[in-house]
Write a protein that binds this ligand. Structure first.
Ligand code: 5RP
Ligand code: FE2
Length: 215
């Protein structure tokens, strides 16, 4: 059993409020917000202001995915505007343990994301402290990319590693659709991020279809 967290990267931005109400009506509990800085990834998206507007508009849990260098400099700001979950990239943190502590000290849940080429072993000494491990199943930076099949092994590895020892949730992000989502849940994924598969076409129908597969 897993939950679906739609990524607003693929939403209709001139009708964002309407899109979010549709997600609520479809029973969605968590919204994924991709922050890209043009340095860590070759694309630019939003900043804390958008998170603040979304926070005022909905009670959905806000899952903020920071694809940026020096994420430590923005943790306070994203917490101030109401992020519930903040995920930083392992590859972007010189002092990962410190960044995780900072997020948790501010009362948010802490996640660490792994690019496709980064192994779970890099997290060995922080796994006790993280709430989420996010497996990137595309190279971060853009929506609408092709799912990298090998990431199924990474999800399974994180599930094995977790056993009864750790309490983290496994989140998977990138290229997920109603064809490949079942194998991800069977491998141990708890949170499924999807942008294109949710926002292309009928949002409520798409959420229901994916929801029925992962429940
Ligand atoms: O972090 C991301 C990209 O870096 C997005 O969350 C992800 O790509 C979702 O979009 P899609 O489902 O269309 O792949
Ligand atoms: Fe993301």
């Amino acid at each position: 059993m897993a939950i679906l967290a739609p990524s607003i990267l693929s939403a209709d931005f001139l009708n964002l409020g309407d899109n979010i109400r549709k997600l609520e009506n479809a029973g969605i509990e968590m919204l994924h917000i991709d922050i890209m800085d043009g340095h860590f990834v070759p694309n630019l998206t939003f900043g804390p202001a958008l998170v603040e507007y979304v926070r005022r508009f909905t009670r959905l849990k806000l899952d903020v995915h920071l694809m940026m260098t020096n994420p430590q400099d923005y943790i306070d700001e994203f917490c101030d505007v109401g992020a519930d979950y903040i995920t930083v990239h392992q590859e972007a943190c010189m002092h990962l343990d410190r960044v995780i502590s900072l997020i948790k000290k501010r009362g948010a849940k802490a996640g660490v994301a792994l690019n496709p080429a980064t192994p779970p072993s890099t997290l060995q000494y922080v796994l006790d402290d993280v709430d989420i491990v996010l497996v990137m199943s595309v190279n971060p930076g853009f929506g609408g990319q092709k799912f990298i099949e090998r990431m199924l092994f990474k999800v399974a590895e994180l599930d094995r590693l977790r056993g009864d020892k750790y309490g983290y949730q496994i989140e998977v992000d990138g290229g997920i659709n109603n064809k490949n989502v079942k194998s991800l849940v069977e491998s141990g994924a708890d949170i499924i991020v999807a942008g294109t598969a949710v926002f292309r076409g009928d949002i409520i129908e798409n959420c229901k279809k994916i929801g029925a597969i992962i429940k």
